[in-house]
Design a protein around this ligand. Structure first.
Ligand SMILES: C[S@@+](CC[C@H](N)C(=O)[O-])C[C@H]1O[C@@H](n2cnc3c(N)ncnc32)[C@H](O)[C@@H]1O
Length: 419
């Protein structure tokens, strides 16, 4: 197992603990500032109000993952899961969550119908306790059903309020770095209620760190993990992907079965925060690494017609610390015949139709049905596709259908019991 790199990047670092905290100016307390001071104490002390953003369709899976991490007060909703945890729970959630795209820590929530309310609400947060002038920041913004409709404007106004507050307290202000900020601020406006959070993940969690190059139609890692979770596969029977492309499904399945945390090979936003607890984090990583187990020979196999995709799959597998533990074969679907009398076969066929490709794809989907029926008896088949018209050509009756989103594309994971 290669040594994981837990440090996001060298160079400028947050101030050392001895350089903080920056003195707060005396201010007359207001209802808002009192509420926010309480939120800040929570950020340092016991429980944090968190929100795991999750691709639609995977909310219950992420909630189950959080429960498995012994994180309580889990409340799944549309597009994410709210939960409360302490600093250790926040670190664990980032390290382990396979189906979430980021974990936000809420700082403040206030009514907001215009620029003045936005500025006042954001400015009321004691930013100087979270960001020093020599750190960099970025603001991400999402808006829904609100009076403010321009996300660029909201991000700019938020940034102004943050840097003004820090300048007032410290005499100078931090710079913006949209690519690799020390602190990523998230502003979400929904029905004129503004929620301001810190993004503890930094880069989105689907960037596990093992996929360095992309093939034509790679599956997002979080979606592949959601697919594996929905099949209920637990590593006790074989799993095969006959159209594995860059290997995302086999790699995510292997990470799960080997008990390798999805974030073991990457860094996180919280590692640059002023309150980052390195000893706590290293303990959590060491505990996770101690639980990793090797996979039995032949447990997970991947096949593809495209040898370039297969070399990517092999490279991704090596990068994920799984060298030699997933077996790849250069083969056409037509020749796919899994070994063993039971297992799970997951197929993610192409479904983007370019002009002139329709006939070929219809034929391919017919073949998927035939191969599953004739050559995978005793196995359970799953097909993930974003094209329901093509799915009809499989010609078998699905025993279950799950709705999942691949970015903006609504997909179906179809389950087939193959007798
Ligand atoms: C949508 S991509 C799969 C992407 C993959 N899940 C990933 O994450 O990279 C479909 C794959 O099917 C492969 N493919 C297409 N026709 C095939 C066939 N007849 N037999 C085997 N593989 C085929 C393509 O080479 C491509 O890699």
């Amino acid at each position: 197992m290669s040594k994981p790199n837990h440090i996001l990047r060298p160079g400028k670092r947050p101030a050392k603990p001895s350089e903080k905290p920056v003195a707060r100016r005396a201010e007359a307390p207001t209802a808002t500032s009192t509420a926010i001071a309480a939120t800040h104490n929570a950020l340092r002390g016991s429980l944090l109000n968190c929100f795991a953003a999750v691709p639609r369709g995977a909310e219950e899976l992420a909630a189950a993952e959080l429960a498995a991490l012994k994180i309580g007060a889990v409340n799944p909703g549309k597009g994410g899961v709210a939960f409360r945890t302490d600093q250790a729970g926040l670190y664990r959630a980032n390290l382990w969550l396979r189906t979430a795209s980021r974990v936000l820590v809420q700082l403040s929530q206030f009514p907001c119908s215009g620029p003045a309310e936005l500025y006042t609400g954001v400015h009321a947060i004691a930013w100087q306790e979270l960001i020093t002038p020599d750190m960099t920041l970025a603001v991400d913004c999402s808006l829904r059903d609100s009076a403010l409709t321009h996300s660029g404007f909201v991000a700019l106004k938020t940034k102004d309020a943050v840097v003004d507050r820090i300048r007032e307290a410290c005499g100078s202000r931090p710079n913006v770095d949209t690519a690799m900020p020390d602190v990523r601020i998230n502003v979400h406006l929904h029905k004129n209620v503004c929620t301001v959070s810190l993004d503890s993940s930094g880069d989105s969690l689907d960037r596990r760190g093992y996929r360095l190059e992309r093939n034509e139609a790679p599956l997002r890692e979080t979606l592949a993990a959601a697919v594996v979770a929905l099949t209920g596969w637990d590593g006790s029977i074989p799993l095969a992907d006959p159209m594995c492309g860059s290997g995302t499904i086999p790699v995510e399945a292997a990470l799960l079965a080997a008990h390798i945390p999805s974030g073991l090979h990457r860094g996180f936003g919280f590692q640059r925060w002023l309150d980052f607890d390195k000893i706590l984090w290293e303990g959590i990583c060491a505990e996770a690494e101690a639980g990793i187990r090797p996979l039995p020979l032949g447990l997970i196999t991947g096949f593809d017609l495209d040898s370039r995709a297969l070399s990517l799959a092999r490279r991704n597998t090596d990068n994920a610390g799984l060298s030699g533990q997933i077996h790849y074969f250069h083969a056409a679907l037509q020749d796919f015949q899994p070994e063993g009398d039971k297992g799970v076969v997951i197929i993610n066929p192409p479904y983007g139709i370019r002009l002139g490709e329709e006939d070929d794809l219809r034929e391919l989907y017919c073949q998927i049905g035939d191969i599953m029926k004739k050559q995978c008896r005793g196995w359970t088949g799953y097909v993930l596709t974003g094209n329901l018209e093509l799915a009809k050509y499989i010609g078998l009756k699905a025993s279950r259908r799950f709705v999942l989103f691949n970015g903006a594309i609504e997909c179906r994971l179809l389950k087939y019991d193959l007798y």
